[in-house]
Design a protein around this ligand. Structure first.
Ligand SMILES: Cc1ncc(COP(=O)(O)O)c(C=O)c1O
Length: 345
């Protein structure tokens, strides 16, 4: 019996042969962090008890923390000087390391919203027999958009995909999902509690969701996602995605034209990194904190290179040109008061 058939550490369910096979599906989670943890757990069980995580330096910290939590070997971090996972450097690591291996790629990096080259990474994983997890917590929402979904080509090669619809899905937290390609991976979560999934109930057609989560009384968590999908549909959500991506491009163009600001790069999704020209890192950090404590603007921060950048992740479809101009004015004004001690008119 391999790990997939053992039903993890829970009480064994009835022999799989007597039931129809589980359909592939998605697990509802509390967010990207829990989805990444579950992905590592399912990989560990599918690989017979241990697996080594290989990911880019650009990967979300929750992946390395999940490896620690699950007692996995120290993850191998491939350097990502250009911000995305280089397939050549990944290939070297996969050649050098003994298996079993789990590669984690990112579609929508936390710092700059970049997308790793998914088809090339998938090809390297296939060549080396490594499992592939894609953390699409942020970028996964592009799937809703006919205009932008091609940016996620290669996503379907993954064994597991993290999605987090409190980002490009307009849900209040918690709204995480873990999509799992091979339903046999889910047998690791198999669990029996007579009051929830008695065999006679399951045989009579009642859904057995206990083995689709590590949690218990959380079935209503999916309600808000279902209501949004029923109300807006994929097309409606796709329109919102198109809107925020267009707004991000507009904001980047505004920054680029402004003599007082540097733009990090054109946005790939809806994240724009910018900073006042000539500012020190300390000033950039102080401007951000001042806007936050003044209650004027909540900006993120990122250090994708040697410098600290302000981060605006455009997610509100109602944001218009006036809001973007006003934001730049706020930053200019706060920068001036911090550096020169006066407020420009
Ligand atoms: C790429 C990525 N993965 C995972 C997460 C974690 O998601 P959550 O905050 O919903 O746990 C984030 C950030 O929120 C993220 O940017």
């Amino acid at each position: 019996m391999d790990a997939r058939e053992s039903g993890g550490t829970g009480a064994p369910r009835r022999a799989a042969a007597s039931r129809p096979p589980e359909p592939p599906g998605s697990l509802i989670t509390t967010g990207g962090t829990e989805s990444n943890q579950l992905a590592l757990l399912l990989a560990r069980e599918a690989c017979g008890g241990s697996v080594r995580l290989v990911c880019g330096a650009n990967a979300h910290h929750s992946l390395a923390r999940a490896a620690w939590l699950l007692g996995l070997p120290e993850p191998v971090r491939v350097p990502t000087p250009a911000g995305t996972l280089d397939p050549g450097a990944l290939d070297e690591a996969l050649t050098r390391l003994p298996g079993p291996l789990l590669v984690a790629a990112t579609a929508g990096t936390t710092d700059a919203g970049l997308i790793d080259p998914l088809p090339e990474i998938a090809a390297r994983c296939a060549a080396h027999g490594a499992r592939l997890h894609i953390d699409a917590a942020y970028g996964g929402g592009l799937l809703f958009s006919d205009r932008h979904r091609a940016a996620l080509t290669g996503l379907d090669a993954a064994d597991t995909v993290t999605l987090d619809l409190h980002k490009l899905g307009w849900q209040p937290v918690a709204a995480g999902l873990l999509a799992v390609k091979d339903p046999r991976d889910l047998t690791a979560l198999g669990q029996r509690a007579d009051y929830l999934n008695a065999d006679d109930d399951t045989d009579a057609g009642l859904p057995d969701l206990l083995g689709r989560s590590l949690r218990t009384t959380r079935r209503p968590d999916v309600l808000k996602l279902a209501v949004t999908l029923k109300t807006l549909g994929r097309t409606g959500l796709g329109t919102l995605v198109d809107q925020v991506c267009a707004t991000a491009r507009e904001f980047a163009a505004l920054v680029d034209r402004h003599p007082g600001f540097d733009l990090y790069a054109r946005p790939v999704i809806s994240t724009v990194l910018f900073r006042p020209t000539g500012a020190t890192d300390d000033t950039v950090a102080a401007v951000r904190r001042a806007l936050l404590t003044d209650g004027r603007a909540v900006l993120g921060r990122a250090r994708p290179d040697a410098r600290l950048w302000l981060k605006a992740t455009l997610l509100n479809p109602a944001t218009g040109p006036d809001d973007l101009t006003a934001l730049l004015h706020l930053v200019t004004a706060r920068h001036a008061t911090l550096v020169e001690g006066h407020t420009p008119r």
